[in-house]
Ligand binder design. Structure first.
Ligand code: SAM
Length: 329
């Protein structure tokens, strides 16, 4: 098992398939993009499946989420998903995506056994989307969401980040739009993980503010029907249900104490926390011929070193060297 020194057990593996993305969301990266990892440094599909297999078969991973960068731009995605869902014990397999290309890929992904998707959508307005993501792809995201729903990748979850002065007036309309379509919306507090290091605490729209705004349009009641467990989102029943909304207060309402996640970057580094400043290199040893057993041991040691919390509130907090797109969100 992947157990840290505080007794938390990692069962949820987030795997970044690429650091590249076809959007430039301002809370993530600059409009000109970033220096992407050279192809030779990216794990191959076989290497990804080998590490995921070690995680599932030897280390107690029960959930695998593919992310990035943008996972839909990884050509072998459908193959990687079908090889993951063929593992025993069968893990839950999901995808976090910006939805561009999902209109074409939702069916093949569902056929490969994908269980669910989280699609990022921060605005209902095409111009705001262009300003926020620096690309005119709003219609592709909307089409991707509809295709995911039609392919049965339910519940379709939508992730939204509110930015002050840009889309923070859209909390209520976004929720109404998602409820009308049966999508489950989750707002995520903006985290200090952008490549430009532009995050400020004052600029962040907090979970309290998000809930205030939502309360102007809806009646929210804490959803105690379901155990929150290790889920990052606090969930609320909207207008008595059955619709729900989630708020992920990563900064102001941290949930590190119940965190069950571990990450694998696109270049084969284990990260025991989104905000970790250290990584553990599995790729190099794998390419040098390490056995599955050795790789599992390195992975166990990496998780054992996990710190108690992300420490954003600590005066000594330093943003990780890698931005969100390179870590895998
Ligand atoms: N490209 C995919 C997508 O858009 O969902 C997957 C990767 S993206 C890094 C995963 C999630 O992280 C998205 O929902 C995105 O909005 C969110 N995200 C990126 N940077 C963030 C930040 N600085 N704070 C909070 N959420 C962030």
């Amino acid at each position: 098992m992947l157990r840290d020194s505080f007794g938390r057990v990692a069962t949820d593996l987030r795997v970044s398939l690429t650091d590249k993305c076809n959007l430039r969301c301002t809370y993530c990266m600059p409009p000109e993009g970033l220096d992407w990892l050279p192809n030779a440094q990216l794990l191959t599909a076989d290497e990804i499946v080998r590490l995921v297999t070690i995680g599932v078969e030897r280390l107690g991973i029960t959930e695998v989420r593919y992310t990035g960068g943008e996972p839909l731009i990884r050509r072998e995605l459908v193959d990687i998903v079908s090889r993951t869902t063929a593992l025993t014990p069968r893990p839950q397999v999901s995808l976090t995506t910006n939805g561009i290309g999902l209109a074409r890929l939702a069916e093949p992904l569902a056929a490969a056994g994908l269980d669910r998707v989280n699609v990022s959508l921060d605005t209902l307005d095409r111009d705001t989307f262009k300003r926020l993501a620096h690309r005119d792809r709003h219609a592709d995201v909307i089409a991707g969401l509809a295709a995911a729903d039609a392919a049965g990748l339910r519940p379709v979850k939508v992730n939204a980040v509110l930015m002050r002065g840009l889309n923070d007036h859209e909390a209520v309309p976004l929720l109404r739009w998602c409820l009308d379509r049966g999508y489950e919306l989750r707002f995520i507090e903006q985290m200090p993980l952008d490549a430009q290091h532009g995050w400020t605490r004052e600029g962040m729209v907090t979970a309290d503010e998000i809930l205030d705004r939502l309360s102007s349009g809806f009646d929210l009641a804490a959803d105690d029907l379901e155990e929150r467990g290790s889920a990052p989102a606090e969930r609320f029943l909207v207008d008595g249900g059955p619709g729900r909304v989630g708020v992920i207060g990563s900064v102001t309402r941290p949930f590190c104490g119940s965190c069950d996640r571990v990450r694998l970057t696109a270049d084969g580094q284990v990260r025991n926390c989104l905000f970790a400043r250290e990584e553990s290199d599995l790729k190099t040893r794998m390419r040098e011929g390490a056995s599955d057993e050795e790789l599992a041991e390195r992975w166990i040691a990496a998780v054992a070193r996990k710190r108690a919390g992300h420490g954003i509130d600590d005066p000594s907090f330093l943003q990780p060297a890698r931005p969100m797109s390179a870590i895998g969100g």
